[in-house]
Design a protein. Structure first.
Length: 241
C-alpha cells in the first residue's frame, strides 16, 4: 500500500471527512488522549499561552482539546484538507478559535503569521513529505522559549508494540477503512506508522531540528508503546538547548 502525500493525502482526507469523527469515536481514549497531551503542553507553559497554533487540526478534535487546556487563548487551526476543515467549522466553538485552509508547508504564504506561544500537532508529522522542513517552520513560528507538543502514533521500538500495531491494523483499521470506502486512507495510516520514526527517533529528530528539553511521554491504554506525546522547546536564545 503506497503512502499518500500532499494533494493525494488531502484528497483522501476530504473523502473520509464525513466519517472521520464516527471512526475515531470507536478508538477508545482518542479524545481523552488528545486532552492529556494538550494538558501536558499547558502544564509546561504554565497556562499562560495567549496564541496557539493547531497544525493539522482536521475536524477540530485536537483544537477542542487545546481550547479546554488553554481557556482564553486564541487558537488558529490549520489543515490542508478542505473537507476536514468543513467539519471543524460546522461545530460549535468559542470565537477565539479560527480555522485556515493551508498546508503546513505554506504557513507564511497563507499568512498564518507567528509568533505563537505554543504549537500542537496531533497525528500530523508522519504524513509529511518533509517533516524536517515543517519542524524548522514551526520552530521559526514559535516565540523564543515557546513549546511544541506533538501527539502521534510512533512505535516504541519494541517488537511487541510493532506486533500489536500490526494486529490492530489487520483486525480493525484496514477492515474499517475498506468497509467505509476509505481503504487508501487507512492503508496509509497503517504504513505511515510502520515506516516513520520510532518514538526515540522522533525525539532525536526534534533535537536535530534545534529544539531543546525534548521529552517523550507514553500514553495510557492500548496505545501504550504505540502513541506518545513529544514535548520540545524552542530555546530562549540562539545557542541554548
Ligand atoms: C489524522 S488527522 C488528525 C486531525 C486532528 N489533529 C485530530 O487530532 O483529530 C491528520 C490531519 O492532518 C492533515 N494534514 C496532513 N498533511 C498535512 C499537511 N501537509 N498540511 C496540513 N495538514 C495536513 C490532514 O488533512 C488531516 O486533517
Amino acid at each position: 500500500m503506497p503512502l499518500l502525500r500532499d494533494a493525494a493525502l488531502a484528497t483522501a482526507f476530504d473523502h473520509g471527512a464525513d466519517r472521520y469523527d464516527r471512526l475515531v469515536a470507536l478508538n477508545p481514549g482518542y479524545h481523552a488522549q488528545l486532552r492529556r497531551s494538550a494538558r501536558r503542553l499547558a502544564a509546561l507553559d504554565g497556562g499562560g499561552a495567549r496564541r496557539l497554533l493547531d497544525l493539522g487540526c482536521g475536524t477540530g478534535a485536537s483544537t477542542a482539546a487545546l481550547a479546554a487546556a488553554f481557556p482564553g487563548a486564541e487558537i488558529v487551526g490549520v489543515d490542508a484538507s478542505a473537507g476536514m476543515l468543513r467539519r471543524a467549522g460546522a461545530k460549535r466553538r468559542p470565537s477565539r478559535v479560527r480555522f485556515v485552509h493551508a498546508p503546513a508547508e505554506e504557513l507564511d504564504r497563507a499568512e498564518v503569521g507567528g509568533p505563537f506561544d505554543a504549537v500542537f500537532a496531533a497525528y500530523l508529522f508522519r504524513n509529511l513529505a518533509d517533516p524536517d522542513a515543517v519542524l524548522a517552520a514551526v520552530r521559526g513560528a514559535l516565540v523564543p522559549g515557546g513549546w511544541l507538543a506533538v501527539h502521534d502514533y510512533a512505535l516504541s521500538g519494541r517488537r511487541t508494540d510493532r506486533l500489536v500495531w500490526s494486529a490492530v491494523c489487520r483486525g480493525v483499521i484496514v477492515p474499517l477503512g475498506t468497509a467505509t470506502g476509505d481503504r487508501g486512507l487507512y492503508g496509509h495510516l497503517r504504513c505511515s506508522v510502520a515506516e516513520f520514526d520510532t518514538a526515540p527517533a522522533f525525539g532525536a529528530r526534534l533535537r536535530r531540528a534545534g529544539f531543546g528539553q525534548v521529552r517523550v511521554l507514553p500514553l495510557p491504554g492500548w496505545q501504550t508503546g504505540i502513541a506518545h506525546t513529544f514535548l520540545a522547546r524552542r530555546p530562549a536564545a540562539d545557542g541554548d538547548r
